[in-house]
Design a protein around this ligand. Structure first.
Ligand code: 0O2
Length: 259
């Protein structure tokens, strides 16, 4: 019975990972930093059925998080962007949302949950099932992971001094996310420049490698030495200029080689 859920988790994880790749390919900030997924363990499903007094026949209908996807963002602002992306998609249909960002749980838990309907193709035909998307920042995830382990350890009977520490930690996490948001623009600029630089370097090196096939080693070595000088200068604008000039030079050599 859990097989279609395994398939859904795999497919959804791949789809969100692909979104990250698309943003990176465009040299843009990806609102998704990391994706992971899991199928709820049988014991956890049974525990939830008992706790909520749900008959086993109603399991697939009532337990919305048998398939769970966790989407981690760098910044709190990214969470809204990701939710917007999910809402636009034709392969994911929103059933409900839980906003634990504006309505933090008493425990201190903060996250944005979307319950979606998602259809997988099985050997018995299409199967529409539910999946829970938990969207949160890295800091929120850190807190939730620690708190989840402590909940497991104390089994609903957390000592007050531990609960108090967790509440204080939740406040600190909240403050950290706000601080990070206030420098979001600068951080994204720095990350974009670094990604742009590494893409340019990759393109230049590919171009130099190809030049070895169409012109003399002596000529290419000169270009290579010049590239190493430009690279050492650590100046993105100069690197971009070199890239453009190299493109023109390479085009010239290619035309010559064709003659
Ligand atoms: P697991 O091990 O993650 O699968 P509930 O009645 O609270 O158990 P409900 O009504 O289905 O669950 O929805 P809710 O509150 O949105 O919780 C769904 C999931 O969100 C939980 O799944 C947790 O993963 C996470 N979550 C909710 N509240 C908290 C919290 O206070 N702390 C932490 N760390 N996580 C939370 P499960 O089934 O509890 O567990």
């Amino acid at each position: 019975m859990l097989l279609p859920y395994e398939l859904a988790v795999k497919e959804l994880t791949i789809k969100f990972q692909h979104m990250i790749k698309e943003y990176k390919r465009q040299n843009a900030h990806s609102p998704i930093e990391q994706v992971s997924g899991r199928v709820k363990s049988v014991s956890s499903i049974l525990e939830k059925l008992q706790r909520k007094n749900i008959p086993i026949e109603k399991m697939e209908e009532e337990i919305e998080d048998i398939a769970g996807i966790r989407i981690i963002c760098q910044f709190e602002e990214d969470i809204d962007i990701v939710a917007g992306l999910v809402k636009q998609r034709s392969d994911m249909q929103i059933k409900s949302e839980k906003d634990y960002l504006t309505h933090m749980k008493e425990s201190g838990y903060r996250s944005y949950h979307l319950i979606i309907y998602y259809t997988v193709e099985t050997s018995e035909g299409p199967k529409k099932l539910q999946a829970e998307l938990q969207i949160r920042t890295m800091a929120m995830d850190f807190w939730a992971t620690i708190e989840h382990s402590l909940q497991y350890k104390y089994k609903g009977d957390m000592p007050p001094h531990v609960a108090e520490r967790l509440t204080r930690a939740a406040d600190a996490i909240n403050a950290l996310d706000h601080e990070m948001s206030s420098v979001r623009g600068e951080i994204i600029d720095a990350q974009n420049s670094s990604r742009l630089q590494s893409n340019i370097v990759r393109d230049i090196l590919m171009c130099i490698e190809n030049l070895y096939k169409v012109t003399s080693t002596r000529e290419v070595r000169k270009i290579q030495d010049e590239f190493l000088r430009v690279f050492a200068a650590n100046d993105l604008a100069r690197l971009e200029r070199f890239h453009r000039e190299l493109d023109i030079i390479a085009e010239g050599y290619r035309i010559q080689a064709l003659k």
